[in-house]
Design a protein around this ligand. Structure first.
Ligand code: NDP
Ligand code: ZN
Length: 180
């Protein structure tokens, strides 16, 4: 990693923080949204051993298209076409109803690129940890367990891409089912 690479990471952090600035996670203490993409990128780097600049930047931006007003063109101009296509790979089509989006995630998972699979794995690990330790404040236990079941189906299609992230997912899923 060069000085220029560090500058790109900082630019992505700044951009993501700015776009998510009015958003909060759904947990009881309303954690700032930006904590989540930071956790995903950190897992990718530290556990997944993914040391590719474009993948790390895409992890920092992974919920930008889905959850903010940002257009694909803005991401392409600031961070390039490779980052944009990774972000698009891990984004749901928000025009579709929730249930369809959830089944498409299961169906599309096996077709993702290697880096997109790693980002998805890190995202599902983070959300499984959140469902376990800091769940949406108004979700009953059954909904939390259903959510864990769904992540398992998505992750089934991501396997064979990153052994360290897959085994961490298996551990946090088992812990989640035991604790929730
Ligand atoms: P949502 O998509 O509404 O919420 C989950 C998403 O919110 C996560 O994927 C995550 O996405 C984001 N998020 C933000 N904060 C948190 C947090 N603290 N913990 C976890 N996730 C957080 O939920 P679903 O619609 O997916 O509901 C899950 C299941 O529940 C579905 O299978 C659905 O069928 C069922 N359901 C049950 C209902 C009930 O009352 N029993 C009602 C509706 C649905 P990201 O990483 O992108 O930010
Ligand atoms: Zn996410």
């Amino acid at each position: 990693f060069t000085f220029d690479d560090i500058a790109v990471i900082l630019a992505a952090l700044k951009f993501s923080a700015q776009r998510h600035r009015d958003q909060r996670r759904k947990d009881a203490v309303q954690t700032p949204y930006i904590n989540h993409p930071i956790e995903v990128a950190d897992l990718l780097w530290r556990v997944g051993n993914v040391h590719d600049l474009r993948a790390l930047v895409a992890a920092l931006l992974h919920d930008i298209i889905e959850d903010t007003e940002t257009s694909p063109g803005e991401i392409e101009r600031s961070f390039g076409g490779e980052v944009l296509s990774l972000v698009l790979e891990v984004s749901d089509d928000k025009r579709l109803p929730k249930a369809i989006r959830k089944s498409l995630q299961i169906r599309h998972a096996p077709n993702l690129s290697l880096h997109a699979k790693a980002i998805k794995l890190a995202d599902k690990i983070c959300n499984t940890l959140d469902i376990t330790h800091s769940p949406p404040h108004d979700w009953p236990v059954e909904r939390r367990l259903e959510y864990l079941d769904w992540t398992e189906k998505v992750v089934a299609g991501l396997r064979g891409s990153n052994a360290a992230l897959e085994s961490l997912y298996d551990r946090v899923l088992a812990e989640g089912r035991a604790i929730v």
